[in-house]
Design a protein around this ligand. Structure first.
Ligand code: TZP
Ligand code: MG
Length: 220
């Protein structure tokens, strides 16, 4: 597959979470997601040791390169630099954007946001993209804030000019509502990596995203 993508081109963004596929290897699952067309893989591991995360990051770096997909590391700037990831994803309690920028140079920085003030601050501060969520209730993230709802998606779509990914509780059965609210980039964890057919699930997400771009069919 082709050259390096940027966040502008992203439609489907998958995040690792090994709790959702007991008995299956993470690399195998993420390769199926890449075969299904995901544009970005983020390594998110809240429990493994730093050394173990580094080992996984090296594997995902070479896998995503083979598929021409972006590779983002959650939380760990040092690991992102060590494996030459495309970027890092940071939350509101992680290293602030300005300091992170000094460390990563022109790599991608994504910032999680839960309110329009946080989205504005990230945009002003030079984030490359923001996360918008949790749109719906989710069990995947431990310390998660209450759902931001589709109204926050609409607000960001109307006001923020950098790319945003909608995240949190997004499933094949509710993604159309998120797209209708103005999202054009979708991020999912459990629905993708916990799927019995990861590749097919990604393909179906992408069909829905593309259909929404062509317009209209999901308005309600
Ligand atoms: N950030 C906001 S919600 C979330 C993260 C990492 C978890 C989303 O997981 P799922 O399984 O797609 O609801
Ligand atoms: Mg974090």
């Amino acid at each position: 597959m082709g050259g390096k993508r940027s966040m502008a081109d992203v439609r489907l963004y998958a995040i690792t979470d090994e709790r959702f596929h007991p008995g299956r290897g993470m690399i195998e699952v993420m390769e199926e997601a890449l075969q299904g067309g995901v544009d970005v893989v983020q390594l998110r591991d809240k429990t493994a040791s730093k050394r173990e995360i580094l080992r996984k990051a090296k594997q995902l770096r070479s896998l995503t390169r083979r598929y021409g997909a972006l590779f983002i590391v959650n939380d760990h700037i040092d690991i992102a630099l060590a494996v030459d990831a495309d970027g890092v994803h940071l939350g509101q309690d992680d290293l602030p954007l300005a300091e992170a920028r000094k460390l990563v140079g022109n790599k991608i920085i994504g910032i999680s946001t839960h309110a329009i003030e946080e989205a504005r601050e990230a945009e002003r501060g030079g984030a490359d993209y923001i996360g918008v969520g949790p749109v719906f209730a989710t069990q995947t993230k431990a310390d998660v804030v209450p759902p931001v709802t589709l109204s926050y998606v609409r607000q960001v779509a109307g006001e923020i000019r950098i790319p945003f990914v909608a995240i949190g509780g997004i499933k094949l059965h509710n993604v159309d509502e998120v797209l209708a609210a103005g999202a054009s980039r979708i991020c999912a964890v459990s629905e993708i990596v916990g799927s019995a057919d990861v590749k097919k699930t990604c393909e179906t997400f992408l069909q829905k995203i593309e259909a929404s771009k062509r317009g209209g069919s999901y308005a309600h």
